[in-house]
Design a protein around this ligand. Structure first.
Ligand code: AMP
Length: 375
């Protein structure tokens, strides 16, 4: 088993906050980091010692990037198969390009889950207008590719509305999925080492606002079954690295997989403060072939996302949130991703709190976030 030891160079395809926090973990372990993306002055680029700029579809540039590093990992999932293959031709890629290929497309992902006996939200492929007849409604129409944070999704109550929504979107490759009146949304962030060892961070409970993750808290109940499913996914896909399984929990407690993300995940940010090993360090350990770290929680924790919406507008210009007010509670930790422009819906940072219970931690982070608006 090839180990990539500290001092070696990790290449991160993508340059957002996930890459940034992975790079922070990698740099603190003594690795060098190159990031590749179309952006300059990026959240990951602030931490990496080399920031390369190029298009994800520029196969020659992606190959040149890959050949300059010891291992490539992704923080951006929609990398083309050609770009992933170009990396694999010249260096180690973890997780493998074929994991990305399966998980970057909802139809391939859900079909894979169903074929492997893993409980998944009931869905059908949209092959034409006839696909909308006889489906269970209400339903959610989702584009097969390039969907995240609710993008490319529409809730539909019947075949007529479904057909109109599909046609209005230009008839893209899509799936029609049953709308699940879930009682909870939960996730399991798990890692698989190069030697097949498995570790997970338990169940994290997630609340969304406008389809975007809002607040996560952990540890939450139901870990045994959810972890068993996560293990089946990571082993079935032969993942080396981190993968997050997002679930819906029905009223009777049944778990269904909604989505897979083969990378660190927003719901796992609280592990930075809460756990012996953060999800980012775990990812670095896994992709470098090092032993996985302990996922033990020091204390229950919660995380609240900070979207661009939190930035006040002063005479039409973005003002500054009241950081000092948020940090009045000494349990609150602030993470900002170094993004210059606070656009609406853009993930700018997050707050974390540790407390005696996950609920108390959630109350603390939500209250701290509300104080950002104090004048
Ligand atoms: P996704 O991009 O598929 O993760 O969806 C974003 C959010 O939309 C989810 O976290 C849910 O809150 C909601 N959602 C997506 N699919 C469904 C569904 N089939 N039933 C109910 N809510 C859904």
């Amino acid at each position: 088993m090839k180990q990539i030891l500290p001092g070696a160079r990790i290449g991160i395809l993508g340059s957002g906050q996930l890459g940034r926090m992975t790079a922070i973990a990698a740099r603190s372990m003594g690795y060098r980091v190159t990031t590749y993306s179309p952006d300059q002055d990026s959240p990951t680029g602030h931490i990496a010692d080399i920031e390369l700029t190029g298009d994800y579809d520029d196969v020659d540039a992606v190959r040149a990037f890959a050949s300059s590093v010891d291992v490539v990992t992704f923080e951006f999932e929609n990398v083309s198969a050609a770009a992933a293959a170009a990396c694999e031709a010249v260096t180690l890629v973890r997780p493998a390009g074929r994991v990305l290929h399966t998980t970057q497309n909802r139809l391939r992902e859900k079909t894979w889950l169903r074929n492997h006996g893993i409980p998944v939200t009931p869905f059908r492929e949209v092959v034409g207008p006839e696909s909308f007849i006889g489906a269970p409604y209400p339903a959610v129409l989702k584009t097969a590719g390039f969907g995240y944070d609710g993008k490319g999704q529409a809730k539909v109550i019947g075949p007529g509305q479904a057909l109109t929504a599909w046609a209005d979107a230009g008839c893209p490759p899509s799936i029609l999925e049953a709308f699940i009146p879930f009682q909870r949304e939960v996730s399991v962030v798990a890692a698989r080492g190069a030697d097949g060892t498995f570790a997970h961070f338990g169940v994290i409970e997630n609340a969304h606002r406008n389809h975007i993750l809002d607040v996560s808290k952990a540890p939450a109940s139901g870990a045994a079954r959810a972890a068993e499913i996560a293990r089946a996914v990571l082993e079935g896909l032969d993942v080396v690295g981190l993968l997050c399984v997002e679930f819906f929990e029905a009223a009777d407690g049944t778990l269904m997989v909604n989505e897979l993300a083969p990378r660190p995940h927003n719901s796992g940010h609280l592990t930075i403060e809460a756990c012996a090993t953060s999800q980012f360090e775990q990812h670095v350990r896994a992709v470098c072939g090092l032993p996985l770290g302990s996922t033990e929680y020091w204390r229950p924790a919660a995380m609240a996302n900070l979207l661009g919406d939190e930035w006040p507008s002063v005479h039409g210009q973005p003002g500054e949130p009241n950081w000092s007010a948020a940090l009045e509670d000494s349990r609150i930790k602030l993470h900002l991703y170094g993004k210059a422009e606070p656009r609406k819906g853009r993930k700018m940072g997050h707050l974390t709190a540790l407390a005696d219970t996950a609920e108390a931690a959630a109350e603390a982070v939500v209250a701290a976030r509300a104080r950002l608006a104090n004048s």
